[in-house]
Ligand binder design. Structure first.
Ligand code: GLC
Length: 560
């Protein structure tokens, strides 16, 4: 199959289905809710939708614990609703990709049930080990979500490995039958017309065969060096590539802790295993090691991470650009300012939407949703959040522990989408499964729909511009004023066009002067948050001011 690499021109939108839109009043988002909102999604000028898992699941990790890979959960409306959404998206010129969660299954998956009873061919579908002679666990690995990585199964009288929650049992990818199952799942969805996959923690699927003890690197990750980028990972991904090559689809690999250099091992070369990798470093502007250690937001750090990925992948791979997803708190609350919510939301949007790569917008990001701060840990639902509360800072005062949750919980990104100012933000007519952020009367889609200065319309305009300006796809990337702690300024340049993106990250006035070779008066201000005044070839910024200038010219380096 001839590949078109359509994703290089696409803007994606991520839906975490449980919280997007409920159509039947049970308080849980569903596919008919998505169907109702397809025109809204299209209005954002997006070209593709990524769905977080829609499969039947007991929801120990909200869908990331799959019970059946070839069906759609009844909670979400089942297969019929999915096909309607798929067709509806395609009719509107939007593609659809699924979350492929094959590092682990739910312990309620029939494969696991058969495996614990040693029924063939499922006996070796999972990673089972006997206790050590002294009765202790097979090794010292941690699970990311719940204590140690081993759970004893009374029925089989052995331990099984779970790198995440206890109910998420790791598959044994070394078993060729398991890999065949993965290929079958891929074909099933691709034959139905799905356009690709986001592959969940795909760099964890090959474990060191001897399962040696790990050492402490960061909390909840002892053992990670023996299962991240494991010995057969590339070989297995290449096997999957044989299937994928028969379709014009995209694959996006989730890769915790991946560096740009390592990413190129997956996405570089003549026949890459995957098309894009989800980097985590761009989520480390205010923390290290994903989110275990926090520090105040540093624009300097973030800018250098961005520049590093732009430079490292240029001409060799393709970037995946994002600021939010269902695993991280809301970006305005982290990198921006809740006080200057709209302004900082615009600055953040322009900071990433014009970089080279494929950007994705996460539901609610486009209206500037912010973090929720629930009073007590009992009000949270997420397995990781609850685990973090109990395992970190356990001896600190309650207030401190809750502050860490407010700062770091991914559940802040999972509150229901705020559609309007009616009860429950227009998300459901029933009782929502999780708390709606109390700021919904102010922050919602309806309030921003017709306001030309709203964040929502800024996102729309930015996404539209991306698709009409070839320089965004092809141009080189250059950062200006690398030492500024308040401004992020970058250029995209091709033979015929230059784009100058100026983003302030400060509420204070900052003197900006155009870099050498730029005459702002000759540029076209194609996107802006505030005014258009130019003095001395520059301007003094308003809080979090954002401007994007386009210059049409014939100079500049030859296009690469
Ligand atoms: C990925 C998902 C996350 C999930 C975990 C385990 O990181 O994005 O939501 O909890 O994998 O499947």
């Amino acid at each position: 199959m001839e590949r078109t690499y359509w994703y290089k021109d696409a803007v994606f939108y991520q839906i975490w289905p449980r919280s997007f839109k409920d159509s039947d009043g049970d308080g849980v988002g569903d596919l008919m809710g998505v169907y109702e909102k397809l025109d809204y999604i299209k209005s954002l000028h997006v070209d593709a939708i990524w769905f977080s898992p829609l499969y039947p699941s007991p929801n120990a990790d909200y869908g990331y614990d799959v019970m059946d890979y070839m069906d759609i959960s009844g909670e979400y409306g089942g297969m019929e609703a999915f096909k309607k959404v798929l067709d509806g998206a395609h009719q509107r010129g939007m593609r659809v990709i699924m979350d492929l969660v094959v590092n682990h299954t739910s312990d309620e998956h029939p494969w696991f049930q058969a495996s614990r009873r040693r029924e063939e061919p499922y006996t070796d579908y999972y990673i089972w080990r006997k206790p050590k002679r002294d009765g202790t666990l097979p090794n010292n690995w941690d699970s990311m979500f719940e204590g140690k990585a081993w759970q004893y199964d009374e029925e089989r009288k052995e331990y099984y490995l779970h790198l995440f929650a206890i109910k998420q049992a790791d598959l044994n990818m070394d078993n060729p039958r398991v890999r065949d199952e993965v290929k079958k799942i891929m074909r099933f969805w691709l034959d139905m017309g799905v356009d690709g996959f986001r592959e969940d923690v795909i760099t964890f699927i090959s474990k060191d065969k001897d399962l040696p003890n790990g050492f402490f690197l960061m909390p909840a990750a002892k053992g990670i060096t023996h299962y991240s980028n494991g010995p057969h990972l590339h070989e297995y991904l290449m096997e999957f590539r044989d299937v994928l090559d028969q379709y014009d689809c995209v694959t996006i690999g989730e890769a915790p802790l991946v560096t740009a250099r390592r990413a190129l091992q997956f996405i570089g070369g003549k026949r890459p295993e995957l098309d894009m990798m989800i980097p985590f470093q761009c989520m480390e502007g205010d923390c290290i090691l994903i989110d275990y250690v926090h520090h105040p937001f540093s624009l300097l750090k973030l800018k250098h991470i961005w520049r590093h990925w732009q430079d490292a992948l240029r001409g060799r791979g393709w970037n995946f650009l994002y600021l939010e997803n269902h695993d991280h708190p809301r970006i305005i609350s982290r990198y921006g300012s809740e006080k200057y919510r709209v302004e900082s939301g615009k600055s953040l949007a322009a900071s990433y939407l014009f970089q080279q790569g494929t950007p994705i917008i996460y539901q609610g990001q486009e209206i500037g949703m912010t973090n929720i701060r629930l009073k007590s840990i009992d009000m949270y639902e997420d397995v990781q959040t609850i685990n973090n509360y109990h395992s970190f800072r356990a001896n600190q005062p309650e207030q401190k522990r809750m502050e860490r949750i407010w700062q770091a919980t991914r559940e802040s990104a999972r509150t229901p989408m705020q559609w309007d100012d009616s009860e429950n933000a227009g998300f459901t007519e029933g009782k929502p499964w999780f708390y709606v952020n109390p700021n919904y009367p102010e922050i919602n889609v309806a309030a921003q729909e017709d306001d030309p200065e709203s964040l929502l319309n800024f996102y729309r305009r930015a996404a539209e511009l991306r698709s009409t300006l070839p320089v965004v796809r092809y141009g080189t990337f250059k950062m200006y004023y690398p030492l500024s702690r308040k401004l992020f300024v970058y250029e995209r340049r091709s033979k015929a066009q230059r784009l100058l993106v100026i983003c302030s990250y400060s509420p204070d006035p900052v003197k900006f002067r155009a870099p050498r070779g730029y005459d702002l008066k000759k540029g076209q201000l194609i996107l802006r948050s505030h005014g258009d005044k130019v003095e001395n070839n520059g301007f003094v910024t308003r809080p979090y001011e954002t401007r994007v200038y386009l210059f049409q010219d014939r100079r500049g380096p030859v296009e690469v």
